[in-house]
Ligand binder design. Structure first.
Ligand SMILES: Nc1ncnc2c1ncn2[C@@H]1O[C@H](COP(=O)(O)OP(=O)(O)OP(=O)(O)O)[C@@H](O)[C@H]1O
Ligand SMILES: [Mg+2]
Length: 363
C-alpha cells in the first residue's frame, strides 16, 4: 500500500435491511488533501463518512486508516473527527465548555485543556470568545466552534457532513474560503460532503462523484468538469448540452447530421456516444461562420451573461452563455472548438475510461 494513503476502502459493501446502500466501493484518500463527496440526496455520502468514523460497520470489505485495518476498531480509537450538519453543539454551554468537552472526557489535565482550547479557537479565529453562550452566536460562528471542537482532538482526518448547508449564501461563500484556508494551514485531510456542485468545484483537491452507492468518477475539479465520464456526471457538474452522436473514426464524431473534428479516440467505428458541450464554450456567430445552424428561442439576462436557448433542426435544445444579446427568432451559427466537444461512451467504467485516455495520451 502506498504510504501516502491515509484512508483506503477495499470492496466495501454496506447494506441496511438487506438493501445495498454502498455497492463495492473502492478508493484511496491521500494525506493532507481536501476531498469532497458529491452526489444527490440518498446516494450514500453520509454512510461513507459513518464508515470512516466507525459509527457503523461495513457489511463486507475492508477499511484501512493509516495502513491499519480498522473494521473492528471502535470510533473513539480512530484518529478521525466529524463536524455534523447541525453542529451538535450543547446550546446551554459556553464556547469553552463545548470545545473542551471531549478533552474533559479524556481526563486531560485542566491546564492543558485551557491551552488546547485557546489554541484551536485561535485557529478558527474565535480567540476571546471562550465565555460566550452558543445561543448568542451566529450560524457561521457556531460552525467554527464545531470545527474547533473537532480540531481539539487532533484528528488526522476531519469529516465534514454538509457543514455549510444551513448558512445563507454570503456566509456560505465566506466559510468556503475559510475552510479551504484552514485545511491548507493545518495540512490535515478534510473529507467534505455536499450536494452542491459549485461548492465542490471551488473547494476541493479531489472530488468523488457518487450516485446510487457507487463512485461514478473521481478526479480534480478540472478533470471532472472537462471530462465527465457519463451523462449523470455531466448533468450533475455544471450546466451542459447533451446530444446523441456516433464516433466515425478516431478524432471524428458525428452529431446533428454533421461530422466534426474532436479530441476523443479509442472507440469502435460508428459507436453510439453522447456529446457534451458546455454553454460557455459555445459562441453565437453568423450562420455561415457557425458549425451548426440553430434558431434562437428564448433569452434571459443572468447578471454576468445572457442565457440564450436555441434549437437545431433535430429539435435538440442548445443553451449558450454569452455576454452579447441575441435576437429571438433569428437563425444563427454556433461555433465551438474541437476540444470543446466532450465525447462520452455508454456504460464506460472509470477504469476503462482512464485506460483509454492513457493509451491515447501516450501516442
Ligand atoms: N440507519 C439506516 N437504516 C436504514 N437505511 C438507512 C440508514 N441510514 C441511511 N439509510 C439509507 O441509506 C441511503 C443512503 O443514505 P445516506 O445518509 O448515506 O445518504 P446521503 O448521500 O448522505 O444523503 P443526503 O444528501 O440526503 O444527506 C438512503 O437511502 C438512506 O435512506
Ligand atoms: Mg447525508
Amino acid at each position: 500500500m502506498p504510504n501516502q494513503s491515509i484512508i483506503t476502502f477495499k470492496d466495501v459493501v454496506k447494506e441496511y435491511d438487506d438493501q445495498p446502500i454502498l455497492n463495492h466501493v473502492d478508493f484511496e484518500i491521500e494525506k493532507g488533501k481536501f476531498y469532497t463527496l458529491l452526489g444527490p440526496s440518498g446516494c450514500g455520502k453520509t454512510t461513507i463518512l459513518r464508515l470512516i468514523a466507525g459509527f457503523t460497520d461495513a457489511t463486507s470489505g475492508e477499511i484501512y486508516l493509516d495502513g491499519k485495518k480498522v473494521n473492528d476498531i471502535p470510533a473513539n480509537k480512530r484518529k478521525v473527527n466529524t463536524v455534523f450538519q447541525d453542529y451538535a453543539l450543547f446550546p446551554h454551554m459556553n464556547v469553552f465548555d463545548n470545545v473542551a468537552f471531549g478533552l474533559s472526557i479524556k481526563k486531560m489535565a485542566q491546564q492543558k485543556i485551557v491551552e488546547k482550547v485557546k489554541e484551536v479557537l485561535k485557529m478558527v479565529q474565535l480567540s476571546g470568545y471562550e465565555n460566550r453562550e452558543i445561543s448568542e452566536m451566529s450560524g457561521g460562528q457556531r460552525q467554527r466552534v464545531a470545527i474547533a471542537r473537532a480540531l481539539a482532538n487532533e484528528p488526522e482526518v476531519l469529516l465534514l457532513d454538509e457543514p455549510l448547508s444551513a448558512l445563507d449564501l454570503k456566509l456560505r461563500t465566506e466559510m468556503q474560503y475559510e475552510l479551504r484556508a484552514l485545511q491548507r494551514r493545518l495540512g490535515i485531510t478534510f473529507i467534505f460532503v455536499t450536494h452542491d456542485q459549485e461548492e465542490a468545484l471551488a473547494m476541493s483537491d479531489e472530488i468523488f462523484v457518487i450516485n446510487k452507492g457507487h463512485i461514478v468518477q473521481s478526479g480534480t475539479p478540472v478533470d471532472i468538469y472537462d471530462e465527465p465520464i457519463n451523462r449523470f456526471v455531466a448533468d450533475f457538474i455544471g450546466e451542459s448540452n447533451i446530444v446523441k452522436g456516433n464516433m466515425m473514426d478516431d478524432y471524428r464524431v458525428k452529431f446533428v447530421g454533421k461530422e466534426f473534428e474532436c479530441v476523443d479516440a479509442g472507440m469502435r467505428e460508428n459507436e453510439a456516444v453522447e456529446i457534451v458541450l458546455r454553454p460557455e464554450d459555445l459562441e453565437i456567430t453568423a450562420v455561415e461562420k457557425g458549425k451548426l445552424k440553430v434558431k434562437v428561442d428564448t433569452q434571459l439576462f443572468r447578471g454576468v451573461h445572457y442565457e440564450i436557448v436555441c434549437s437545431d433542426t433535430d429539435q435538440n435544445e442548445w443553451v449558450i452563455h454569452s455576454t452579447k444579446k441575441a435576437k429571438i427568432g433569428a437563425e444563427v451559427g454556433l461555433y465551438f472548438n474541437p476540444e470543446d466537444i466532450h465525447v462520452m461512451r455508454f456504460n464506460e467504467t472509470e477504469e476503462e475510461f482512464d485506460a483509454r485516455l492513457e493509451a491515447y495520451e501516450e501516442e
